[in-house]
Write a protein that binds this ligand. Structure first.
Ligand SMILES: Cc1ncc(COP(=O)(O)O)c(C=O)c1O
Length: 419
């Protein structure tokens, strides 16, 4: 079935050609409710290019075996593919040492790893600083660690415009602070948070810095060395790769000093009935059989994004987001939550008189996929004074025609619900 959105004439001058890119994503050819699929939920998970599907298929057809334990040909091939994926993903975020890149199930598990393992050294009275705009994945693990240690959680507030209130930094970050954990790009507001002032605040008091890059990795060129942070967590499935895999990058000295997160095969050196010693990084934190095919698929996604060029990806995200903000700004009664410039492609909004779930349901009848709810950020919605919001989010394959379809759909929502 031809993709009706694949009109090569429109979107001229964009940094990359999303119409051409759409041909790489088989799912974008399908229809939903007899309409062309308009997928505006990429902040939840992205669609997968053929290169990723083929890499995983090829792995299972040709090289499937368990890693690190075998001497036979398939085991060696699987191990080479798995470790090759680690090198690709590490290079993608500017990490010079692949051993500092630990595969996890995703961003959530990466943050839980740090909160449980690094957090085991927390003492009563220590402070963990987060922000008011965190995804629950970068809040609840810290709550668990804080409850164990008798530590305290503080939140850096946000302004009414959806930016971090940096004037409040001195109030929140004092010498009791051990960690500042914050999202680089908000999955609700789209806000891109400034790293340098937060790293500087942390260094002044000797605290560590963890960056949640779940939304940043798909849309920005990342360089952990330039960012100057201590830990960075991200997920494959938000960047064109499969679900079930993500990574924690951390400084070697910190990772070396941290106790294992989970015990089992792969992560040990020597085991007796009474005790064990640990494998070197990264295996120390990779207990059990890892997600091998998923790593291979993620490596293919990284190749795909690198082929597009992350600068072009970021420019496209900015251009299509700016167009969406403009079109949504024309809808009567619509409020956008978050900044209007220098932001990522997750756009949350409220429409007067319309519940987010009704909006999403009506849009779905037109083949348009948006998200409704609290987007795993209940404290942020409490700060905004709303229980839920609607969210449209874009990625490399999003074209202006889809934004137009959204705008028309929202006008229809207004007609239906407005009586
Ligand atoms: C900002 C942010 N952090 C963390 C997560 C959790 O990612 P995952 O579910 O892949 O672990 C998400 C996912 O929506 C997110 O948007």
């Amino acid at each position: 079935m031809a993709d009706p959105m694949a009109d090569p004439k429109s979107d001229r001058g964009a940094s990359l050609d999303p119409h051409r890119i759409r041909a790489d994503f088989p799912i974008l050819q399908r229809q939903v409710r007899r309409r062309p699929l308009v997928y505006l939920d990429s902040a939840a998970t992205t669609q997968k290019p053929l290169a990723v599907l083929e890499a995983m298929d090829h792995y299972y057809r040709q090289s499937n075996a368990n890693v690190h334990r075998g001497v036979h040909t398939l085991a060696e091939e699987a191990t080479a593919l798995y470790e090759g994926a680690r090198r690709k993903v590490a290079a993608f975020i500017g990490a010079t040492d692949p051993a500092e890149l630990i595969f996890t199930r995703g961003t959530t598990e990466a943050i839980n790893l740090v909160a449980a393992s690094w957090g085991a050294a927390l003492k009563p009275g220590d402070v963990i600083a987060v922000t008011e705009m965190e995804h629950h994945a970068n809040l609840v693990p810290w709550q668990l660690a804080a409850a164990k240690a008798g530590a305290e959680i503080r939140a850096i507030p946000i302004t009414d415009g959806g930016l971090l209130d940096l004037d409040a930094l001195d109030r929140v970050i004092d010498e009791r602070c051990r960690m500042i954990a914050f999202t680089l790009v908000s999955n609700v507001l789209g806000t891109r948070n400034p790293v340098a002032p937060l790293v500087a605040a942390a260094r002044r008091v000797g605290a560590r810095v963890l960056v949640d890059a779940a939304q940043a990795a798909p849309q920005l060129a990342l360089d952990v060395t330039a960012l100057g942070v201590d830990f960075l967590a991200f997920s494959s499935h938000k960047m064109g790769g499969p679900t079930g895999i993500g990574a924690l990058w951390g400084r070697r000295a910190l990772l070396d000093a941290m106790p294992p997160y989970q015990g089992g095969g792969e992560m040990i050196q020597r085991v007796t009935i009474q005790s064990s010693t640990w494998a070197e990084l990264p295996q120390k934190f990779e207990a059990g059989t890892p997600a091998i095919a998923e790593a291979v698929g993620w490596g293919a996604a990284v190749d795909y994004l690198t082929g597009l060029g992350m600068d072009a990806v970021a420019r496209h995200e900015e251009e299509v987001t700016a167009y969406a903000l403009q079109r949504l700004g024309e809808i009567p009664g619509l409020t956008i939550h978050g900044p209007l410039v220098n932001r990522g492609g997750a756009i949350s909004f409220s429409l007067a008189g319309a519940h987010p779930h009704d909006i999403a349901t009506i849009l779905d009848t037109r083949g348009i996929a948006v998200r409704a709810g609290h987007h795993c950020a209940q404290p942020l919605h409490a700060r905004l004074g709303i229980p839920a919001s609607s969210r449209a989010s874009v990625w490399v394959y999003t074209v202006r025609e889809e934004i137009d379809a959204l705008a028309e759909g929202l006008l229809a929502v207004g007609r239906v619900l407005g009586g």
